[in-house]
Write a protein that binds this ligand. Structure first.
Ligand code: FE
Length: 214
């Protein structure tokens, strides 16, 4: 499978060049054109919606949630008991995030999130899903061979760490709380949030080591 993780965020939106669009993109675009021509949707409103989730929200809201959980044990406890309420308390609410469940990674348990049916994803905390999350290979292999998938993302877990694959549904969306990295003691929430990558909140990555740039 391909791993251009940041394709969604990096590519230029050149609407006249269809050569790099996949079949699904072309189908979505054709559908959008038909719906616009029939007057069912306003493309400007659609652009605002997409921009909101792709660039303004992105995965940074989720990073703030994780940073708060790392810094505040009472919040972490609330997040694990009632993620929807705890996340809403930070102001992150909206479509595709109505029912949230937080999954805490530990030295012995690692969570990997997938949507085997389609591409369910917690928009209010992570923005729009990356291309690979929506791909058929990820959706099928995450279940069949989670350690193989993790290895492709550069994540090698200790043999004693159990991998639990969590399948998103239309009802429940997951947010992985990655393990707080060593060396992050004493960092404030802003600095902690900077260690939280999008992939670490899906389970295909780990939090950055404090002081590193990657
Ligand atoms: Fe889905």
């Amino acid at each position: 499978m391909s791993h251009d993780h940041d394709h969604l965020h990096d590519h230029d939106h050149d609407h006249d060049d269809h050569s790099e669009l996949g079949e699904m993109d072309l189908r979505v675009r054709a559908l959008e054109t038909v719906l616009t021509e029939k007057g069912y949707i306003d493309p400007a409103a659609l652009d605002v919606l997409i921009d909101t989730y792709q660039t303004r929200i992105g995965p940074r809201n989720g990073a703030r949630v994780v940073a708060r959980a790392w810094a505040d044990p009472a919040f972490a406890d609330w997040l694990l008991r009632d993620a929807s309420a705890a996340i809403a308390a930070l102001g992150y609410t909206g479509r595709q995030g109505e029912t949230m469940v937080a999954l805490a990674n530990t030295p012995t348990l690692h969570h990997l999130v997938v949507c085997t049916l389609c591409s369910c994803y917690p928009w209010p905390v992570l923005g729009l899903p990356p291309t690979w999350y929506k791909s058929a290979p990820y959706r099928s292999r995450a279940v069949r061979d989670p350690r193989g998938v993790l290895a492709e993302f550069g994540v090698v877990l200790p043999a004693g760490t159990q991998v639990r694959v969590c399948d998103s549904t239309a009802e429940v969306r997951y947010l992985v709380i990655p393990q707080r990295p060593a060396g992050s003691e004493g960092l404030d929430e802003d600095a902690l949030a900077a260690l939280v990558t999008r992939d670490s909140m899906i389970g295909t990555g780990l939090a950055r080591v404090a002081g590193s740039r990657s």
